[in-house]
Write a protein that binds this ligand. Sequence first.
Ligand code: APR
Ligand code: PHB
Length: 401
Amino acid sequence: MRTQVGIIGAGPAGLMLSHLLYLHGIDSVVLERKSKDAIENTIRAGVLEQGTVDLLSATGLGERMKREGIIHDGIELQFHNKRHRININELTNGKRIMLYAQHEVIRDLVKARMEASGNLFFSVSDVELHNVTSNSPSITYTHKGEKNELICDFIAGCDGYHGPSRQAIPEDVRVEMEHEYPFGWLGIMTETPLAHPELIYTNHERGFALLSTRTPELQRHYIQVDPNDDIKNWSDDRIWTELHLRTETVDGWRLVDGPIIQKNIVAMRSFICETMRYGQLFLAGDAAHIVPPTGAKGLNLAIGDIQVLARGLKELYNEGKGDILAHYSDICLRRVWKALRFSNWMTMMLHRNKNHSPFEYGIQIAELDYVVSSKAGSTSLAENYAGLPIEWLNESQIIVH
Ligand code: APR
Ligand code: PHB
């Protein structure tokens, strides 16, 4: 089989790329290891930046999101058991965020690709990349027991942190950096009413907590735990006790509890592979970078990379210009590094480190106090949370939605 762009991975990055390429008249094939059912039902992130919402709407994917997603104009920061609202909408001249689960975005994308008779192959195995520095790279894979070869002009590695694409870049040219945090997040999905109209990020002496939402009946909450802790140590009662203690306020606010339908623990880290392009291979999304979830950036960064890649491929195929593709890593990395910075900053400001001295704790609370009491401080948080723009090479490349 032959295609223009071979895409490995049907996460938000891979599916969005194939959708945008289709709109530009460029042929692609998506190869996904998991089943359609698995990718459409796995619980992942949930916050969409304004730019992501705009892109989904502008490319015909906004209908269900507008109906079922929940718009938030701000977030709450809580410390010393008091809440402080950051009015994102006001501080960013009208930007908002949308609470709409990643697997819902995936469902909308899969539906759109299938309706357009897009080539999506699920449950493929043995994916391997070949000759990525030649003009005719290829991907071999097994599907329904048969071995196949996909010959492409370009390969997009959208296969997450553990996928084979990044490994196809030789170690001696691959520039990678990793940072581990001594924090983990225990996440729950609970059948309870909405806790609060907006997300609450809490710094408490017992550790961080986050109250988030999925639908009016289904809430998503997190508490900071040891990254090596076992979920078996956390009964539902113990989780609710911690959530109550960490989120109560001096004026007597108390979280409503109820049945927990899913719980898990994830460790937190930052990772970046600065070699986002190697020959005809382009990495995008989690394949190239991981951020801790505190800044809600993972999905949005993946969509940012894809906008650059799709535009670069469009310019090359439709206008014969190779500028954007030639500078793909540079364009993406400016935004990616800023998101790494922001996620690291939010993480360090909100989590309790048991090894911190009273001095370090004092600095942490002063940071929070500065952010909530200074317009400059809260504006900085707001513009990063709502999403920074892609910085194109020159003015003429700026996309206006
Ligand atoms: N062959 C084919 N597909 C693969 C392989 C493989 N060997 N390895 C991984 N994949 C698939 C995964 O099954 C997954 O569906 O690649 C896809 C990668 O998707 P995501 O992990 O969702 O990554 P990405 O599209 O970059 O989106 C980033 O996902 O991890 C979250 O919070 C993160 O929201 C962010 C978003
Ligand atoms: C979520 O709802 O899953 C969520 C929200 C905000 C975050 C991280 C996760 O910062």
